[in-house]
Design a protein around this ligand. Structure first.
Ligand code: PGA
Length: 251
C-alpha cells in the first residue's frame, strides 16, 4: 500500500521557536488520529530543522525534510547545504525544483537533474516538483512541459530507484500561493500523465508517490486526495498554522 504523504512547506517563514511551537501543536492536534495510511512531512527553514526534529522525536509517521540542497558532498559553496548535512540534521526527504527555485531563483532542469541524482545517491528521499505556468496552460503546453521536466529531472537516475525514495509533486505554478486551485479534472489528468511517464522512466513507476500542490486548504483537501493517482499533498500557506494543517492531514 502506498501511504499518502501530507507535506508542509514552510518556505522562508518561522523562527526556531515558532517552528517548534507549530510542530508541537500539530502533533497534539493530530494526536492518535493519524491514519495508518498517511505520513506527515514537515519542511521548515534550515535554521529550524533541529528544533522541529526534536518535536517529532519518537512520533511514528512524521518525517523532516529540507527545502533545497546543492549537489556536492562539501566544498567552497557559500550559502549552500549538502545532502549529508540535511540527513545529519534529521532529514529523510528534500524538495528539488520547487517553482520558487525554478522561477524566482533561476534553477534550470540541468542543475535539478544533478540534484535529484546526487540526493538519491546520498540517501535523501527526493520530491521533484514540476508544473506549468499559466501561459503554458493557456497555450496547451501542459503535457509538453511536464514531460520535459520529468525526462530531464529524472534523466540521470537508476531505473530501479526505490519508490520509497522518489516522489513527484505536481504544482501548477499559477496555483501556488494564489488561492486558485486547479480543478479536480485537471489534477487527475496531469497526475495520470505523470503516472504514465513514471512507468516509462522507472521500474517502480506505479508506486512512486505523486503529490498535488497549489492552494490546498482544509476545505478542498478531501476532494483532491481522493482522486486517482494523488498520493499526497504539498502545502504552503495552509500548513503554517497547526489548526489548518491538522485538518488537511486528517481530511
Ligand atoms: P501554497 O504553496 O499551498 O501556499 O499554494 C504550495 C507550495 O508552494 O508548495
Amino acid at each position: 500500500m502506498i501511504k499518502k504523504l501530507m507535506a508542509a512547506n514552510w518556505k522562508m517563514y518561522k523562527t526556531w521557536e515558532e517552528a517548534r511551537q507549530t510542530a508541537r501543536e500539530l502533533v497534539v492536534a493530530i494526536g492518535h488520529d493519524l491514519p495508518s495510511d498517511r505520513e506527515v512531512l514537515l519542511i521548515p527553514p534550515f535554521t529550524a530543522l533541529q528544533g522541529v526534529g526534536e518535536m517529532l522525536a519518537g512520533q511514528g509517521g512524521y518525517f523532516l525534510g529540507g527545502q533545497n540542497f546543492y549537489p556536492e558532498a562539501e566544498g567552497a559553496f557559500t550559502g549552500e547545504i549538502s545532502p549529508g548535512q540535511l540527513t545529519d540534521a534529521g532529514c529523510r526527504f528534500a524538495l528539488v525544483g520547487h517553482s520558487e527555485r525554478r522561477h524566482v531563483l533561476g534553477e534550470k532542469d540541468e542543475l535539478l537533474a544533478r540534484k535529484v541524482a546526487f540526493g538519491l545517491e546520498n540517501k535523501l528521499g527526493i520530491i521533484l516538483c514540476i508544473g506549468e505556468k499559466i501561459d503554458e496552460r493557456k497555450n496547451g503546453l501542459v503535457e509538453e512541459v511536464l514531460t520535459r521536466q520529468l525526462e530531464k529531472g529524472l534523466g540521470s537516475i537508476d531505473r530501479n530507484v526505490s519508490a520509497k525514495d522518489l516522489s513527484i509533486a505536481y504544482e501548477p505554478v499559477w496555483a501556488i500561493g494564489t488561492g486558485e486551485t486547479a480543478d479536480n479534472e485537471d489534477i487527475a489528468e496531469a497526475h495520470l500523465l505523470i503516472r504514465k511517464k513514471l512507468k516509462d522512466l522507472t521500474d517502480q513507476g506505479e508506486q512512486i508517490r505523486i503529490l498535488y500542490g497549489g492552494s490546498v486548504k482544509p476545505d478542498n483537501c478531501a476532494g483532491i486526495i481522493g482522486l486517482d493517482n494523488v498520493d499526497g499533498v504539498l502545502v504552503g500557506g495552509a500548513s503554517l498554522k497547526a489548526d489548518s494543517f491538522s485538518q488537511i492531514v486528517l481530511a
